[in-house]
Design a binder for this molecule. Structure first.
Ligand SMILES: NC(=O)c1ccc[n+]([C@@H]2O[C@H](COP(=O)([O-])OP(=O)(O)OC[C@H]3O[C@@H](n4cnc5c(N)ncnc54)[C@H](O)[C@@H]3O)[C@@H](O)[C@H]2O)c1
Length: 331
């Protein structure tokens, strides 16, 4: 690997931004040059990294010749930092969801294409070895004809969020379906391909919030269905789980029950537990992003995959509101 380091600026140093800073500091090929956040208290985090601090990300992008901008502003505030980063020639690590409206998805896609910058999306679950092992088994035909994927992200995170915060306001990218639905939609499409249609129901059963606290969707693919479920009011944490159903076997990576596969090749061979390495997916995705920039490789998770996940989320909300299935693509 080359000795050059990727000069990086962070935009949005809140919860996940702090983790990105920690990971960047641990990656020798990355250099944290600057941090931008409207909240002046974030300067402390910038100081701790020896990075310059800006309250205006536009100023940061103009002054610093950044190779990579890591964007982790609240979900409804992704478009303008992306446009500014692309305008200044910085490649982009964009937190999911790419955007919360069709207009912003279009503007982001156009800016990245027109400026010719590289972009990747924070769907770090693809870097979780349990999920990539399951997908690998599905792709290599071990499960036979895969006809269904189930993916769930159900947590009690909503209990800790004040209802006024952006995380509970649907238009701002709040609620479990915006926050976690994109992650599981991305995993389903990673295994099954192009999503074609979405039908969903949602409700606020436990927490009296503006956004739903519970949403279940069915996504139709060419030869398969995906069942996707998210909630924010579960009494335990089940952050992300994936199950793959085929006519020759079944595999599951469940946050509570672990990782197992059952194969039926003539006779039931029983369950076995594939060995997977312990990897921190956010850290791995950042490493792959830095490596892609240094060594002229494709970015690990294409922008188009993040856009596709947003389309499933938008269609799910529309279906839950109208009672009708919604055909994709929306863009
Ligand atoms: N990939 C994942 O698993 C994962 C996990 C958590 C959050 N996220 C995503 O990351 C994003 C941020 O989430 P969070 O939990 O860190 O939110 P947060 O509210 O904790 O942090 C957001 C930060 O952005 C700052 N900010 C707001 N407007 C800004 C602006 N105009 N310029 C610069 N900074 C600005 C805020 O002051 C805050 O520090 C969201 O899109 C969320 O969906 C992804």
């Amino acid at each position: 690997m080359s000795e050059r380091r990727v000069g990086t600026g962070l935009i949005g140093g809140g919860g996940i931004g702090e983790l990105h800073l920690k990971n960047l500091l641990e990656i020798p090929q990355a250099q944290v040059v600057a941090v931008a956040d409207v909240n002046p208290e974030v300067k402390r985090a910038a100081d701790a990294c020896g990075a310059r601090f800006y309250q205006d990300y536009g100023e940061m992008l103009e002054r610093e010749a950044l190779e990579l901008a890591v964007i982790s502003t609240p979900s409804h505030l992704h478009r303008d930092p992306v446009l500014a980063a692309a305008e200044n020639g910085a490649s982009i690590y964009l937190e999911k969801p790419v955007a919360t409206s069709i207009e912003d998805l279009r503007a982001i896609t156009r800016a990245v294409e027109e400026r010719g910058v590289k972009a990747t999306v924070g769907h770090q679950n693809r870097c979780d070895p349990r999920f990539s092992a399951l997908r690998g088994m599905a792709m290599s035909g071990v499960f036979g004809r895969v006809f269904k994927v189930r993916a769930e992200s159900s947590t009690g995170w909503g209990f800790n969020v004040t209802p006024q915060a952006w995380r509970w306001r649907r238009a701002l990218g709040g609620g479990p379906w915006w926050q976690n639905g994109g992650h599981i939609a991305d995993l389903a499409s990673w295994v099954l391909g192009e999503p074609l249609e979405v039908a969903a129901f949602s409700g606020t059963y436990v927490l009296k919030t503006e956004a739903e606290d519970n949403l279940v969707a069915v996504v139709k693919y060419r030869d398969a269905l995906a069942e996707l479920a998210t909630c924010y009011c579960l009494g335990v944490q089940k952050p992300v789980g994936l199950e793959v159903y085929g006519d020759k076997g079944y595999g599951a990576a469940d946050p509570l029950l672990g990782f197992r596969a059952w194969l039926n090749i003539g006779v039931v061979k029983g369950a076995y537990e594939p060995e997977v390495a312990e990897v921190q997916p956010h850290r791995r995705l950042m490493e792959l992003t830095v490596d892609a920039l240094l060594n002229e490789k494709a970015m690990p998770i294409p922008l188009g995959a993040g856009v596709k996940a947003c389309e499933v989320v938008l269609a799910g909300h529309e279906s839950a509101a109208t009672g009708r299935a919604v055909k994709l693509p929306l863009l």
